[in-house]
Design a protein around this ligand. Structure first.
Ligand code: ZN
Length: 224
C-alpha cells in the first residue's frame, strides 16, 4: 500500500514493511537503490549470488518511501576497470591506476547494452532520479557520490542537499562494493546512513562481506 497522500509531509504513520524499516519522516528520507542491473543479476556477466532476490524486497520497501533514487553502473566499452582492457590480466586481479589499486572485472554494464539495463522486475515508478556512474573510461565509480579517486563528484551529494534529504537508506548490489562505498560516502557527507542488509547481496570476495559489516560498525553506519 502506498503512503496516503493525506498524511502531512513531515509526519507519517510508522509502519513496518518486509525489511522492518520504519520510515518516520518521509520528506527528509531517501531510498538509494544501487545498481540493480542485469549484469549483476542471474545470468549477468558479473553476477552477484542471489542478486535477483533483492528485486521484490526493494519493490516492497520502496513503497514506504516518498523519495527514491536509483543508480546505474554505465561504462563505455574498453573501460579501464575491465580485465579485457589490460592485456594478459585476469578478472578479479588487481592493478594500480593513478588513483590507486583497482580490481579488474569482467566486462559489465556497457552503455546501452542489455546488461546495463535495470532488472526488468524492478518496479519503482515513483523513482525521482536515476544517476549513472562510471562513464569516464579512465576511472571507475563504485560509490554513487564520488568516483574511485574519492574526489570526482557524481553530483548526487548536491542533489540530495538541495532536496533537503537528511537520512539515506541504501539497498541493492553489491553490498560489499557499490553499496559499501556509497554508504561510506553518504556518512562522510553528513547524511544519517542506514543500510537495509536483507535488500542487498554481496559478491563476498575474500571475506569482503564481513569486512564491510565491521567497517559499517566502525563508521557508525547502521545495518538494519
Ligand atoms: Zn562497474
Amino acid at each position: 500500500m502506498l503512503l496516503s497522500t493525506a498524511i502531512p509531509p513531515s509526519r507519517v504513520v510508522r509502519r513496518r514493511c518486509l525489511s522492518e524499516v520504519i520510515v518516520d519522516n518521509v520528506d527528509a528520507d531517501v531510498l538509494l537503490v544501487i545498481d540493480v542491473q542485469n549484469d549483476f543479476c542471474a545470468g549477468g556477466s558479473l553476477e552477484v549470488p542471489g542478486g535477483d532476490d533483492v528485486v521484490p524486497l526493494i519493490n516492497e520497501i520502496a513503497q514506504d518511501f516518498r523519495h527514491v533514487v536509483l543508480t546505474q553502473d554505465w561504462h563505455p566499452p574498453r573501460h579501464l576497470s575491465f580485465a579485457s582492457s589490460h592485456k594478459g590480466s585476469e578478472a578479479f586481479s588487481q592493478i594500480d591506476l593513478p588513483y590507486g589499486p583497482q580490481t579488474l572485472w569482467p566486462d559489465h554494464c556497457v552503455q546501452n547494452r542489455p546488461g546495463a539495463a535495470l532488472h526488468k522486475g524492478l518496479n519503482v515508478p515513483h523513482t525521482e532520479l536515476i544517476i549513472r556512474k562510471g562513464f569516464r573510461r579512465e576511472i571507475d565509480s563504485y560509490s554513487a557520490f564520488f568516483e574511485n579517486d574519492h574526489k570526482t563528484p557524481t553530483g548526487l551529494a548536491g542533489y540530495f542537499k538541495e532536496r533537503g534529504f537528511k537520512k539515506v537508506y541504501l539497498a541493492g548490489l553489491a553490498f560489499d562494493y557499490c553499496v559499501r562505498y556509497s554508504a561510506e560516502d553518504a556518512k562522510s557527507l553528513g547524511f544519517e546512513t542506514l543500510v537495509i542488509e536483507n535488500a542487498c547481496k554481496a559478491i563476498d570476495f575474500n571475506g569482503s562481506a564481513e569486512a564491510t559489516r565491521k567497517l559499517f560498525r566502525y563508521r557508525g553506519i547502521d545495518l538494519i
